[in-house]
Design a protein around this ligand. Sequence first.
Ligand SMILES: NC(=O)c1ccc[n+]([C@@H]2O[C@H](COP(=O)([O-])OP(=O)(O)OC[C@H]3O[C@@H](n4cnc5c(N)ncnc54)[C@H](OP(=O)(O)O)[C@@H]3O)[C@@H](O)[C@H]2O)c1
Length: 329
Amino acid sequence: MSTTRQIHWGILGLGNIANTFASDLQFVTNAKLLAVASRNHEKAAAFKEKYGAQKAYNNYQALAEDPEIDIIYVATPHVFHFENAKLCLENGKAVLCEKPMTMSVAQVKTLCQIAIDNNCLLMEAMWTTFLPNFTRLKELVVSESLGKITQLKADFGFKSDFDPMSRLFDKKLGGGSIFDIGIYPIYACLTLLGKPDSISTNAVIGTTGVDESCTMKFTYHNSVEAHLFSSLRENTPTSVEIQFENGSAILGPQFYGPTELKIVDKNGNETTYPKYEQGNGYQFEAMHMQSLINEKKLESPVMTHAKSIELAEHIEAVIKKIGTDYKIT
Ligand SMILES: NC(=O)c1ccc[n+]([C@@H]2O[C@H](COP(=O)([O-])OP(=O)(O)OC[C@H]3O[C@@H](n4cnc5c(N)ncnc54)[C@H](OP(=O)(O)O)[C@@H]3O)[C@@H](O)[C@H]2O)c1
């Protein structure tokens, strides 16, 4: 029997996604944004005011050590996730860590072990998997009501202005399309189709040494193929399109967020599930984290440690194939 109480959140790293997440916490029952931490005091103070938090820290350590905090949302660039999440876990905090959880399989495994050793909940913030229509799509696939999947296409591309200093293009900050957005098509594919038998890739490597776009083909037994694409160079439909033996489904546009799901059966009958309109959609992963805290769970049954390791393994396989080395062990 679970009990519910107010859950005290902290946010570490106050950039773009931290703002969106903080805004969505208002839709989560019993959620309280208690403290925020930035490397910059003015920024932390302004963020605190904007979202009604109680405390603003000018360093991450102080947030990690705050005894009143239950969960810390780590929202720094990918290359810092490992050290930032480790800091929080070693101070006994549950961690919701932005995607990708870290820059390598080895780091993900180590972080999961640190969470276990410290009796702390750790989950990668793959918000997609908690969204209503993605959940519906997972159920459709598992039910096999349209038969098995015969082909899957998923893409995520947006035209980004080239800035060698930005985290999207700077290799030292974990730049490149695969880590930032390719992770979504890869995650969708692994979740809906499972692990592929083989992977082939074709990437455009830019002047900063990161992949600016990447075409990936995941091949499965029985000739099933998944065609995946990520790009910082162009806008793409950002949808997941699935052909089943007896129908099809399209999730999109912006399939990684709250969006429409259209299902068509073999007779051409269409069923459309509309976009979820409240907030930006980050409240679902936050609600899930809170329910895990209330149930005293140390791991999500949905976004498991094993799932994060599997995701990292496939990202790493793609990165190795395209030959960009981030020199992370
Ligand atoms: N789930 C999603 O939909 C989603 C969407 C976008 C991004 N993300 C993920 O969230 C993470 C952050 O992305 P973002 O777009 O929010 O990034 P961002 O706007 O650049 O913000 C990152 C924050 O990290 C902190 N930081 C610490 N060390 C830094 C350094 N050396 N350089 C730059 N920033 C540093 C900064 O906060 P302070 O100055 O306050 O310390 C900065 O504002 C990434 O891992 C990304 O993949 C997820």
